[in-house]
Design a protein around this ligand. Sequence first.
Ligand code: FAD
Ligand code: NAD
Length: 469
Amino acid sequence: MPNTTTTDVLIIGGGPAGYPCAIRAAQLGLNVILVDKSGLGGTCLNRGCIPSKAVIHAASRFEEISAHAAAPAMGISCAKPKVDMKSLSVWKDDLVGKLTSGVGMLLKSAGATVLNGWAEFNDAKTCTVKLQDGQTQTITAKHVVLATGSVEVELPFLPFSDPRIISSTGALALDKLPKTLAVVGAGYIGLELGIAFAKLGVKVSFVEALDRILPLYDAPMTRPISRWLKTHKVDMHLSSKAKGLSKTGLQFEDGNGKTHDITAEKILVAVGRKPVTQGWGLENMGIDMNGPFIQVDDQCATSMRDVYAIGDLVGEPMLAHKGTAQGEMVAEILAGHRRRFDPVAIPAVCFTEPEIVGVGLTPDEAKAAGDEVITGKFPLAALGKALSMQGGTDGGFVRVTARKSDHVILGIHAVGAHVAELSGEFALALEMGARLEDIAGTIHVHPTLTEGFAESAMAALGQPLHISR
Ligand code: FAD
Ligand code: NAD
C-alpha cells in the first residue's frame, strides 16, 4: 500500500464494535481499512470478556472438584486438586489466540484491510497511522468510524505502576495466585474476578463505596450473590472508600470515617472504565462530546458529517454486544441501508456466583416510568433442571414484569446458577413485543432452565403451575 491512500471507510479500533463494522462494510462491497494498535478483538477478546470468562470457568471447575474432595457428593469423590496458574494462563491465552486469529481471517475473507498501528487524526477525514514497523501511512476516508473503546479508571493513590496494584488486565495475567486479594469496587469486574479468585482459594476482601453491591440490579437480585460471598467467607466492606496502600496491603475508610487495614498481597482496582478520547487527535476533528463520551444520534452519527462513533466510546452500557450491534448497523448505513439504533432493551449479564441477567425494566423502573405493572416470580428451587445441576438452592429466581393493562412484557430478570444462557430468550421476548400469554403459551423443553421463564409468566397471570398461588 502506498504511504498515502484513500478509502471508502476508515475504522479506528478493532474491538467488538470496530471489527464487525469492518466485516459487514466489506461484505457490502465497501473499501474498508481497519486500524488497531493492540490486537484484533480489542478489550473484549484480549483482556476482557473472553479471558475473564475462561478464568471464571476454570475457577468454578476447581471449586467443584475441591468440594468433591472435601466431601463426596453424588457418589463422586476425588483427591484434593491443585491449580497451576501458569498452565491456566497458557490455556486461556491459547483460547484468546484462536479467537483473535479467527477475527483476522474473517476480516481478510471479507476483503477488509487491517493495519496494525496507532491512528492519529489531522482533521476529521484524514489520519496518520504509525505502523508497528515504524513506517507511517496517511489515510483519507469518505467515512470514518471511531471505535477506540475504553480503558480502566486509575485511582491516583493506587497507581497501576505499583507492582502490588493491578487492573483487570493485570489480574487476568497473573501467573501466580496471591494468598490475599483486596478488591476496590464491587461492580461487574470486581465481583466477577473477585469471586473467581475466591473459588481458586484466595482470601478476598472487597471495599465498595456504595452501601450495596452491583447497584444496577435491585436488592432481591443481588441477595443470592451476597449470600454466596458470606458463605465463602469473602469480606465485604460497604459504604467504604479505599484510601491508599498500607504496610500490609490496603487502607480504607468506613462509613463512619474510621480507618482500617486489609492484609493484601495484591489489590485489584475495579472502579469503572473511561472512554479512550485522548492521544489520537479527537481535538482536530470538531466533534461534540456528551460528558466524557462522544455524542452520537440514533444512527451513531457524530456532529461531524460522515464521522460515526460506536461502542464504549459513545457511553453506557459499555458492553461488547451493544458495540457489535452498533458497528453492524453503521456498516449498513454506510452501504445505503435505512437503519436506526433503537433496541427495546440491551441485555446485560453479570457472571458472578450465581449469575445475574437483566433485560428491560425492573418493577420499580417500570412504575417510575408511569406504568401500572404486574410481576411473576418463579423460584429456581422449584425447577427440576436447576436442582439436577445443583442450582436452585442459591435463592435464584426468574422474574417477569409486564404492563397490567395489556400484559406486554417490560422486563425480565433472573438470578441463579447458569441463568446467563437464558438472556437470549429474554431479549428476544422483549424485542418481539411478547405478552405474558405468548411466553406462558410457548412449549418450553423439559427439563431446562427456560421452563422458569414460562412459569414466571404463568405466575404473573395468576395461573402458576409448579408453585402454589
Ligand atoms: P475495545 O474493545 O476497547 O476496543 C478498542 C480498540 O481500539 C482497542 O484494541 C484499542 O487498542 C484500539 N484503539 C484505540 N485507539 C486507537 C488508535 N488511535 N489507533 C489504533 N487503535 C486504537 N462486556 C460484555 O458485554 N460482556 C462481558 O462479559 C464483559 N466482560 C468484561 C470483562 C472485563 C475484565 C473487561 C475489562 C470488560 C468486559 N466487558 C464485557 C466490556 C467489553 O470488553 C467492552 O464493552 C468492549 O470491549 C468494548 O468494545 P469496543 O470495540 O467499543 O472497544
Ligand atoms: P462498575 O461501574 O461496574 O463498578 C465499579 C464499582 O466501583 C462501583 O460499584 C462503584 O461504586 C465502586 N467504586 C468507585 N470508586 C470507588 C472507590 N474509590 N472506592 C471503593 N469503591 C469504588 O465498573 P467495573 O466493574 O470497573 O466495570 C467497568 C465496565 O466494564 C462495566 O460497567 C461494564 O460495562 C463492563 N463489564 C461488563 C461485564 C459483563 O457484561 N459481564 C463484565 C465486566 C465488565
